[in-house]
Ligand binder design. Structure first.
Ligand code: K1U
Ligand code: ZN
Length: 172
């Protein structure tokens, strides 16, 4: 297992659409999921999409356990949204690829999803609360969409300007 560098916006790789995993979930995919989980725990974060470590595959990891609770890793291969509620709710989101910026995003309050897990078994689940927020945020990454893309142009440009400045200063 390895901790891998997380891409930071405005890296163009974060804007690409990730490709489905074709065929079975293999040990190679599981090794990638292990690296993703370790990278996410180290950051720390509650979710991570493969493209955030530069791998354009439709794979997500997540752990919504609170501090002090036993770890509860979740793995999603080729996740799909089967249904989304009409009701939307706001949640103050963050992103490991948009460090130090948080803002409210409105998303469907509940979604039904289908995915394959670490073992390659097909699962269907109803999600609500933080689970619904996080899976939708991570699935946006698979389409090359960041949470700041849901904000006004002014807010998005403010966040990106801050990130570009931080990158320039880090390069000095
Ligand atoms: O970059 C990512 O996609 C991960 C992101 C997931 C997320 C957070 C909040 C709403 C939607 C999606 C994060 O994990 S940001 C960091 C974070 O939320 C957190 C970090 C430490 C403890 C608890 C939360
Ligand atoms: Zn994110």
């Amino acid at each position: 297992m390895a901790i891998r560098p997380i891409l930071v916006a405005p890296d163009p790789r974060l804007k690409q659409k990730s490709k489905p995993v074709e065929g079975p979930v293999t040990d190679e995919h599981r090794a990638l999921m292990d690296d993703m989980l370790e990278t996410m725990y180290d950051a720390p974060g509650i979710g991570l999409a493969a493209i955030q470590i530069g791998e354009p595959l439709r794979i997500i990891v997540m752990d919504l356990a609170r501090e002090g609770e036993p770890k509860q890793p979740r793995y999603f291969v080729n996740p799909e949204i089967l249904w989304a509620s009409e009701e939307v709710v706001p949640y103050e989101e963050g992103c490991l690829s948009v460090p130090d910026y948080y803002d409210d995003v409105e998303r469907p309050a509940r979604v039904k999803i289908r995915y394959r897990n670490y073992q390659g078994e097909q699962i269907e689940e109803d999600c609500e609360g933080l689970y619904a927020v996080c899976i939708q945020h991570e699935m946006d990454h698979l389409e090359g969409v960041l949470f700041i893309d849901h904000l006004s142009r002014l807010k998005r440009e403010k966040a990106l300007t801050k990130l570009k400045k931080a990158k320039r200063e880090a390069a000095l």
